[in-house]
Design a binder for this molecule. Structure first.
Ligand SMILES: [Cu+2]
Length: 212
């Protein structure tokens, strides 16, 4: 039995280029979430129900995705889908399947507003992070094997669909110029026996090339 803990959340507590305060805000929220999970859950549900009116970065601009509320919900077993942008605005749609321990997606996509339809066919919460990189096997990682987003080159972090539950689908629209990218799940969880499990290290990564 895996226990979703603050470790999962903290591993995702990473700054987005241009938004230096985010990590700190997330960090505080995560601590709050741990102390008052029920309260945070209530907020998360409210944010989801507001249909685009939440503080989720929904522009699809690719500069950042998700939100403080997303990260807080990701720290609980009740992570909920928070769509990034409006999938109807995507120029193309790409299906991605997330499970233990793989990400399945087409090898190529068309540049522009790329809409990901992510389906979690596994048993655990998963997320979809889009990173621009020529080599997904050369991404900077932390000691636990998770992606060290702070060490990514500026602009390499395109965006992410925050963790959402098994059996569900979630969408995200990201502006993706032609280039090489990786889709990864960067969740980290600490199991009851203290073992730390990085979904990336377990194999949740997939290269995708975006062509003009
Ligand atoms: Cu995962």
């Amino acid at each position: 039995m895996q226990q979703i803990s603050a470790a999962r959340a903290s591993a995702r507590d990473m700054p987005i280029p241009g938004r230096p305060g985010r990590a700190a805000r997330r960090s505080r929220l995560i601590r709050l979430a741990v102390m008052a999970g029920v309260l945070v859950l209530a907020f998360g549900a409210a944010a989801c129900g507001s249909d685009g009116d939440s503080d989720t970065q929904a522009s699809g601009s690719g500069s950042a995705s998700g939100s403080a509320s997303g990260s807080a919900s990701g720290s609980t077993a009740e992570a909920a889908c928070e769509p990034v942008g409006d999938i109807k605005t995507a120029a193309t749609e790409v299906d991605a399947e997330l499970t233990e321990w793989s990400i399945t997606a087409p090898a190529t996509a068309t540049a522009g507003q790329v809409g990901f339809v992510a389906k979690n066919t596994g048993k655990e919460v998963h997320e979809l992070v889009v990173v621009r990189t020529d080599d997904m096997n050369a991404l900077p990682t932390k000691a636990d094997g998770s992606l060290d987003e702070e060490k990514l080159p500026s602009g390499a972090l395109i965006g992410e669909i925050e963790g959402f539950p098994a059996g569900e689908s979630c969408t995200g629209v990201f502006e993706m110029p032609a280039g090489k990218y990786a889709l990864i799940c960067n969740l980290v969880e600490t199991e009851a026996n203290g073992e730390v499990e990085s979904h990336l290290k377990e194999g949740m990564k997939r290269a995708i090339e975006v062509k003009a």
